[in-house]
Design a protein around this ligand. Structure first.
Ligand code: UD1
Ligand code: MG
Length: 463
């Protein structure tokens, strides 16, 4: 009789050749983090007693990515049954349920896995529960052979199936919940006399049945069970995940004006009554407070936006951007590693990097913090209530005191005291009537050149 303990084996030793990538398949990202990280998060919610990831021998990057979860190396790769064999030392003496999941099937939910575990606990206490699904194209998937009493008789791989078996629409997703007390006695008897010459994990169903052990299946939703084998599959999985994230955002009280054009990261946090305009992308590490308005076409990553702030349209917030309550960040403004304090405004065409913009300060259009000298980054500090005129360069390190005013078009390389005016400009110079005289002289010269007057070698004017 099985107990309620769970162990998880994640199979990730496959090469993923169809991805045509230097990156191991399971490290390709979905919504900003690797497929395997999504999967590990999902299975961790089951609070398994033991967990192990089976990797190939050439995959240190996968081992590093799944740490602190332990890995075992399967070498050579001789099939899914062989891969679970490689995990045997980690499951010594374990008699609960062993859940086997595939690293390239990252979208399944904890709820679906819990249904499988529940099926194992219920009569007739199946030795193996398989997660089945009905893809639109059954193609290369293994087919579930179901008996009249709805018990599972066998799984037949597509390559080994008869034409009649291939008409079966119910397929093996790859996820299995197996009695830990039986798993290895079944696997010991799996051979490789089949179309692929591999040790199939799926053969344990037929073996269990021939031992008189009951097996069963539960059906899962296709959208949870798409396997990622190619870049096209990756894009399809991303689309499914984005739809889920959009639904969650709206369910939690955000308005998405055109949900299909908003892209979230797995960890994006939105407050209540947030409005997000069309074509906004959230990269990893973004937190948005209540009542924030994000207008269209913004690109936001690693940023914190406090309640009541307004961002965009066309704003870019990069890592370390911290926008305090009621601050405004307008169009074509880039903020990096900078705090824009309460009520401050950076409304047009600016770069603010490695800086603090004090509460209520106003940063004029085209202001640039010159934070990098080609070797080091330096800090700019703008005091509360300061006013920076348009087209100003703040050459860091530099401090603008509280309430100071910087005249438009200045290049400020020295600190400005509080409440002072600082301005750097070339002298104002006027020559009365100069422009009119210039036009007359050049106009006459051009006319002479066109009429072919000798001695002049001017061009046609089209040069
Ligand atoms: C497998 C199933 C098939 C199911 C399909 C669902 C078997 C025999 N077949 O077929 O019934 O419909 O998944 O997607 O299990 N792996 C290893 N070591 C190996 C071989 C594979 O770790 O030696 C890993 C892969 O990294 C992958 C998973 O196991 O994560 C599945 O392997 P794959 O070769 O893709 O199996 P399929 O042919 O798709
Ligand atoms: Mg596969």
């Amino acid at each position: 009789m099985s107990n309620s303990k769970t162990a998880v084996v994640v199979l990730a030793a496959g090469l993923g050749t169809r991805m045509k990538s230097d990156l191991p398949k399971v490290l390709h990202p979905l919504a900003g983090r690797s497929m395997i990280a999504h999967l590990l998060d999902t299975v961790s919610e089951l609070r398994p007693e033991r967990m192990v990831v089976v990797v190939g021998e050439d995959m240190p990057a996968v081992q590093a990515a799944v740490a602190p979860h332990p890995t075992v190396v399967q070498s050579p790769r001789l099939g899914t049954g062989h891969a679970v064999m490689a995990a045997r030392p980690m499951l010594e003496g374990f008699d609960g349920t062993v859940l086997v999941v595939y690293g390239d099937t990252p979208l399944m939910t904890t709820m679906t896995l819990e249904r499988m575990l529940a099926a194992r606990r219920q009569a007739p206490h199946p030795a193996v529960v398989v997660l089945g699904f009905r893809p639109t194209d059954a193609g290369a998937y293994g087919r579930l052979i179901v008996a009249a009493d709805n018990g599972l008789e066998a799984i037949v791989e597509a390559k080994d199936a008869t034409p009649q078996q291939r008409t079966i629409g119910l397929c093996n997703s790859g996820v299995m919940a197996v009695d830990g007390g039986q798993l290895y006695s079944l696997l010991d008897r799996v051979g490789n006399d089949n179309a692929k010459g591999e040790y199939y994990l799926t053969d344990i169903v037929g073996l269990a049945r021939s031992d008189g052990l009951p097996c069963g299946y539960v059906e899962g939703d296709v959208s949870e069970l798409v396997g990622v084998n190619s870049r096209a599959d990756l894009a399809a999985a991303e689309a499914i995940l984005q739809d889920r994230l959009r639904a969650v955002a709206m369910a939690e009280g955000a308005t998405l004006i055109d949900p299909r054009t908003v892209y979230f990261s797995w960890d994006t946090v939105l407050g209540r009554d947030v409005t997000v305009g069309p074509s906004v992308l959230f990269g990893p590490g973004v937190q948005v407070g209540d009542r924030v308005e994000i207008l269209g076409f913004c690109h936001i990553e690693g940023a914190t936006i406090a309640q009541g702030a307004r961002i965009g349209p066309f704003a870019r917030l990069r890592p370390g951007a911290s926008i305090d309550p009621d601050a405004h960040i307008g169009n074509f403004v880039e903020i990096k590693n900078a705090t824009v304090e309460i009520g401050a405004k950076v409304n047009h065409l600016s770069y603010i990097g490695d800086a603090r913009i004090g509460a209520g300060a106003n940063i004029g259009a085209g202001t640039i913090t010159c934070n990098y000298d080609g070797f080091f980054k330096s800090h700019t500090d703008v005091g509360a209530g300061a006013f920076i005129g348009s087209n100003t360069c703040l050459v860091a390190p530099v401090r603008i005191g509280d309430g100071a005013i910087v005249g438009a078009s200045s290049a400020i390389a020295k600190d400005v005291p509080a409440d002072a005016l600082a301005v750097t400009r070339g002298p104002y110079m006027v020559r009365e009537d100069w422009a009119r005289r210039f036009r007359e002289r050049r106009g006459a010269e051009k006319l002479a050149a066109k009429s072919g007057a000798p001695g002049r070698k001017t061009g046609s004017g089209k040069g």
